[in-house]
Design a protein around this ligand. Sequence first.
Ligand SMILES: *Cc1c(COP(=O)(O)O)cnc(C)c1O
Length: 432
Amino acid sequence: MKFYSLNKQSAAVDFATACILGQAPDKGLYFPEVIPQVSKELIDNIENYSNEAIALQVITPYIGDKIPKKELERIVNETVNFAFPLLKISESIYSLELFHGPTLAFKDVGARFMSQCLGYFAKGNNEKVTVLVATSGDTGGAVAHGFYDVEGVDVVILYPSGKVSNVQEKQLTTLGKNIYALEVDGTFDECQQMVKAAFADSALNKKMKLTSANSINVARWLPQQFYYFYLWKQWKDKNNPPVVAVPSGNFGNICAGLLARQSGLPIKHFIAACNTNDTVPQFLNTGNYHPKKAIATLSNAMDVGDPSNFVRVLQLFDRQNELLKKSMSGYSVSDEETKATLVSVLKENKYLLDPHGAVAYKALYDHLAIFPADKGIILETAHPIKFFDKIEPLIGQPVEVPEKIAMMMNKEKFSTKISADVNCLFDFLTAK
Ligand SMILES: *Cc1c(COP(=O)(O)O)cnc(C)c1O
């Protein structure tokens, strides 16, 4: 399989090169030249397959022979070695819980797969690789854990000071070793711009081997397809495929779902569930794409004003908006609605959502009011404990603390404060 740049100014590359470069030299995102089709046997008898076997089948066509089968098997097994349960919340709404990994958010899957792949490609390479990543919340922790102590790889994480939750901050600032946390006096979009500027700087890139770990990297984007196969595996009513609501920020996750569907997976419809950062819902309504400055919300991992993966979504539909709209609807949910949903679902259904899941629930609920014959699934992308400081005042009771978190909260935070200025980042990188 080859991957081409969506800017069409760079050569097509194989999986290994796309994984190491992250972004194409022309600054475009890599995109698969063909969309492989999964076997009908897998779709029809998916209950009989292990999660590992499903993942291996789905990902293999993208990797080709760039990773030997035995090694790929090992990587896949390590990537998905936790549960992905589908729980019933109400008569028509189910929750696929994606937070049972080490950092309690769905990004663990992509980050673990990518770090293992990069680790494999870096073997036998003398030059150290520096992974540079901006995070609006959960990417940082997942990437930090995925790469922790991986030989030959340093990780530098930029996050907006005061705009990530306590637990999220601890997850990226308490590891140490090869993991460096930069606390930026600015917004997530500014962090992302600084990272982009570093990749674009030829002098810096001559000095060090930089790579990205954001969801633009194909090795992070593609394995997110697994979730959608896992929900199909657990979906009882195979004659009526579900509507799937995805809490969306940078649009990597939902784009992987759309890709899985084009590979042959039966999903009735997708809901892009956004918070007040409504660039995509607005686009779906008006046909005009107006990137905006990110607005801080309760569901902070989705505070993105110009989602980088959206060009991939457009490409999946050959840039035909009418086709896209048949497969995906967009909803924007305010913080007030998010809070009210969180409280009412706990009260009426005894299910505690996190703010991102609550955005998806509200969007799906509103959608099902228009299409009452449908049933749907929300992707619950984070454990509520990650946002306990926001949730507890709303529900008036403590959120149960999982053991992995309790230990981490007692650790000391190590971060370097810098202003939102690319030169500060360059200084840090060259001095590190
Ligand atoms: C990153 C994240 C999202 C958004 O996912 P995208 O792929 O960026 O759209 C949603 N929920 C949580 C908890 C996240 O960490």
